[in-house]
Each structure stands twice: as C-alpha cells, then as structure tokens.
Write a protein that binds this ligand. Sequence first.
Ligand code: PGA
Length: 251
Amino acid sequence: MTKALTPLIAGNWKMNKTVPEARALAREIRQGLSPSRGVEVAVAPPYTALAAVADEIAGSPIKLAAQEVFWEKQGAYTGAISPLMLTDVGCHYVIIGHSERRQYFGETDETVNRKVKAALEAGLFPIVCVGETLEQREQGRTFAVVEKQIRQGLAALAPGQGERLVIAYEPVWAIGTGKTATPDQAQEVHKLIRGLLPEVAGAADLRILYGGSVTPDNAGELMGQPDINGALVGGASLKAASFLGIINAAG
Ligand code: PGA
C-alpha cells in the first residue's frame, strides 16, 4: 500500500553554497533530471539562496524547500524567518527539527510542534525530522526516543492537516558520518513510525524518508524497503552527479 506513494528525494544543502554556486547546482540538477521517473525532487538551499534557486527551478518539477522556520508570523524576532516569508519566496516544503537544529540551536520537540503547526497553517508542507543518537541506540532506546519525538512533535494538529506531512527518519549517528543504517535497521524504525501515524497525524500513508549518509550506491537498497518512501540527502546533494544518481536509484 505504502509503495504507491511517490518517492521524494530532498537535498538538504545545509550551510553550503553562495548564491552563484547555488544557482549553478540548481541548474545542473534541473538539466540532468530525466523526465517522468515517478520521483519527486526537492532542494533546500540556505535562506540567502532561496530566491535565486526559485528562479532557476521555475517551470521545472523541482520543488523548493527551506531548512528551518520560526513559528511567529512577523515581528521583533531578529534573525528569524516566518512561514509567510517562505511561501512568499516560493517554498513548498520546510525541514523542521533536523538533528543539527536540535544539537546546536536548542530545538526541542515542543519548538518542533509549534513550527509544524505554524508551517501547516501557512500552507507549507513540513518535512519533520526524528532520530536517535548513538548513545540512545546503544542503550536500546531507539523506539522510545523516536516515538516521543513523533508524538510530541506532531501533537494536537488540526483535523486534516496531518496529511500534508513528510517524516524523515535520520539516525544521528548516520548523518554526515558515512555510516548508513542498514536497510533492516531503517525499515524497523520506519515501520514503527508508520504504525504511529494514524493515531498521531490522522494519516497512515505519509511518506517517510530515510536520511543519513545516503549515496547513489546505497539508495536503491534502502528505497526497496516497504516503508521507506524516499531520502533526505545532505552531503551527496551538494554535487549534481551524486544527487541525480540517488534520484535515479529511487525511480
Ligand atoms: P548526510 O546528511 O546525507 O550528509 O548524512 C543527511 C541530513 O542531515 O539530512
């Protein structure tokens, strides 16, 4: 049933790319994309390059994503960007709760929840990230940690809103380390998340992406798992060849 979902491959560029570099990468991805592979593609440049990348991908099937958002609509919040500003610049998706935001910027399940609600209200499609640390995995707490992140991050959504969510399972120990979760390790957590979604989000058929050292070489096997519906790609999304390789492996 879940395999009927169109896979989503999203590139998280993190704090990389000047405006000219971002334009060049977006152009290369656009030019290299083979039509009708049945894979949805999104790119998440840094804020400073959102407008330029929106311009480069205009008229293509590539969707624009932001890496972060604040929950307030406007006002005296120096340095923050509102959901409205993201829709205004052409964003479709917004990544919320990435482990680097949790680790370096004080993101909690509560702030994730506020951001998810504000993003949904503004018409954005949140990509909500969850995942355990190595220590938590070694202590056998993976399921408990992920379940708490899902329950609290997605608490009390308005009816119908949950259908617009994408979930990304990203084990923290696999992000940027070259250590990918095995397809079985990923699948068992994806299955857990899938089982929680009807109750928590009011929808079972959401896409659940895997993230953490995805490459063109391991993408096919990961995507072959029944509850893995795409990938959130960091390092390998910074070069068109490897990002396109992952897209092709998913299609
Ligand atoms: P990585 O990052 O692909 O470089 O491991 C994934 C992510 O942080 O989304």
